[in-house]
Design a protein around this ligand. Structure first.
Ligand code: PEP
Ligand code: MG
Length: 575
């Protein structure tokens, strides 16, 4: 039966595919298709893992001994339950089917079948039986652990036509999980939680595939293998669509593809307004590999390299100076002389270094030890990153960007550490290059003290995602207040406009690198407010360029300033 789930549109386009439900804790399990001739070896891997877990449990039972078993009857019974679940026919038969019929790799097949059985446990009336879901989860986790230790017998294969596209449905995915899926088989994503500018949504956007977040209970309503349409423009998920709805969306999907092809023709066209203002269109990237997408879209530089993604999902093993240097150098050289803005690490809040969901250990993680605050609290780690960036700067044009500054003392400490990093490199005889120094304006306190920032920095970059979050007191990752997250709030617009004007008055560079810069509905307003440098995901560049080519910045100025004065700026946006 068809039903519709509503969420927040975060990445444009239409995806149609079968649902793969993934629990966030298992999101880092490999998902790939195997070749048909690998089915037997993949099933063998599962058998080995199952037998391995059975042997572990039996060894545990033996180690308990008869006396201990008498002393802890509940533990002994629990181990029996685990053994029983492990040998359950529904589990092994289902898993075999995912492998042989769908060609899922072993880990994926196991987690897919786990989700099917877990759903049945959830629906049980008997609380004792319902709780057995946790036991099943433990058994599955044990098998996954054993498989992690195995050498993979099968190399990933491309999906064959009859496997069809797949879409991923999860309760929550961390930005690091999302990054994992970057090279994956999924044609679209849906998560129950998250706001439009949550970092998970940002990574989804950078992958340029349709995504909907904040879809509340999608991961409970959708069943493994359901057909699903994701409308990333409208924020709608249609489950089990009828043939006519499917045909309608397939046609829409094709129109979208044609439009993208058409936009590609603008790649080498300079971004100049009708009245001759040249606009700089830069790329936001998360990984060195994203440079290719930036160049394909015709970006004239990288306006924001979110370096924290190099640090995530490494089980506490932070990348050392050389590793970082090579990653930064790869980007700098990959951009062939175009400027690269490297932002120092911004972890915390909804970007935890490890673990899969946000840092809720602190009462207000978004107001806590995040970004530059974290770096200044860990000066040794920060110096490693600064030295790596300064070394990479010897290979091209590098701008060093500092996130979330608010206080004069933070500025002083940061600049002192940049000087110290240079001295350390000199002492080691290491080659390093000059950098332009920039600060992000992400906190209202910073936007209200722009002249102080301009005394110390060569340029500013407005991080509207956080500036909106902190101006309006709306957690950007919380879907329950997403309707209040408003880039057009007069207070936000005044802070943005004020920052642009102050930079221009002092002849300093200013750009916007938050999601507002890539929102084509905002392009005319930002042009009218005087912005001449925009940084966004490569996938958004050509659409924004098209809008710029159709705009007269001079004429937009008066209108933009009337929008700025309005109580309800949204009402004037269509003028
Ligand atoms: C921003 O806050 O607008 C920004 C670009 O930084 P991030 O989204 O990584 O917090
Ligand atoms: Mg930010």
């Amino acid at each position: 039966m068809t039903f519709v789930v509503h969420g927040l549109p975060v990445s444009r386009g239409i995806a149609i595919g079968r649902a793969v439900i993934v629990a966030s804790s298992r999101a880092n399990v490999a998902h790939y298709f195997i070749a048909p001739e690998q089915v037997r070896s993949e099933i063998e891997r599962l058998r080995v893992a199952r037998d391995g877990v059975a042997a572990e449990i039996e060894a545990l039972q033996r180690s308990l001994g008869d006396e201990a078993q008498d002393a802890h009857p509940e533990l002994s019974a629990l181990l029996d339950v685990h053994l029983m679940l492990l040998q359950d026919e529904q589990l092994s038969h289902g898993v075999r089917q995912w492998v042989s019929d769908r060609h899922y790799n072993a880990e994926w097949a196991l987690t897919a079948q786990y989700e099917v059985i877990a759903r049945q446990f959830d629906e049980m009336e008997d609380p004792y039986l319902r709780e057995r879901k946790a036991d099943l989860e433990q058994v599955v986790e044990r098998m996954l652990r054993i498989m992690r230790g195995q050498t993979t017998l099968s190399a990933p294969a491309a999906p064959s036509v009859n496997e069809g596209p797949l879409v991923l449905i999860a309760h929550d995915l961390s930005p690091a999980d999302m990054l994992q899926f970057k090279q994956s088989v999924f044609a679209g994503f849906v998560t129950d939680v998250g706001g439009k500018t949550s970092h998970t949504a940002i990574v989804a956007r950078s992958m340029d595939i349709p995504a909907v977040v904040g879809a509340r209970s999608a991961s409970h309503l959708v069943v493994q293998d359901d057909w699903v349409i994701i409308d990333g423009d409208a924020g709608v998920v249609i489950v089990d669509p009828s043939a006519s709805v499917l045909a309608e969306y397939s046609a829409k999907q094709k129109r979208g593809e044609v439009e993208r092809e058409r936009l590609l023709r603008l790649k080498s066209t300079p971004a100049v307004t009708l009245d001759g203002h040249r606009i700089e269109l830069l790329a936001n990237i998360e990984q060195p590999a994203d440079v290719q997408a930036a160049l394909r879209a015709g970006a004239v530089g990288v306006g924001l390299f979110r370096t924290e993604f190099l640090f995530m999902g490494r089980s506490g093993q932070l990348p050392n100076e050389d590793e970082q240097y090579h990653a930064y150098r790869e980007v700098v050289e990959g951009m062939h002389g175009l400027p690269v803005t490297i932002r120092t690490i911004d972890v915390g809040a909804d970007k935890p270094l490890d673990g899969h969901t946000r840092d809720d250990a602190h009462l207000n993680p978004a107001l806590g030890l995040r970004a530059i605050r974290w770096s200044l609290a860990e000066p040794a780690m920060f110096l490693v990153q600064l030295r790596a960036v300064l070394r990479a700067a010897a290979h091209g044009s590098v701008h060093l960007l500092i996130p979330m500054l608010a206080h004069a003392s933070e500025i002083r400490q940061t600049l002192a550490l940049v000087r110290r990093a240079r001295e350390q490199l000199d002492a080691q005889g290491q080659v390093h290059g000059p950098v332009k120094l920039g600060a992000m304006i992400e906190i209202p306190a910073a936007a209200l003290t722009v002249p102080m920032f301009l005394q110390h920095f060569d340029f500013l970059s407005i991080g509207t995602n956080d500036l909106i979050q902190y101006t309006l007191a709306i957690d950007r990752a919380d879907e329950t207040v997403a309707h209040l997250y408003d880039p057009l709030h007069p207070a936000v617009l005044q802070l943005v406009s004020n920052t642009i004007a102050e930079c221009q008055a002092r002849g300093k560079g200013v750009s916007v690198c938050g999601e507002m810069a890539g929102d084509v509905g905002m392009t005319r307003l930002l042009l009218g407010l005087g912005l001449r440098s925009f940084s966004m995901h490569p996938s958004q560049i050509l659409q924004v360029k098209q809008q710029i080519l159709r705009s007269d910045a001079g004429k937009l100025s008066a209108w933009a300033h009337s929008v700025l004065q309005a109580d309800d700026p949204a009402a004037l946006m269509a003028d």
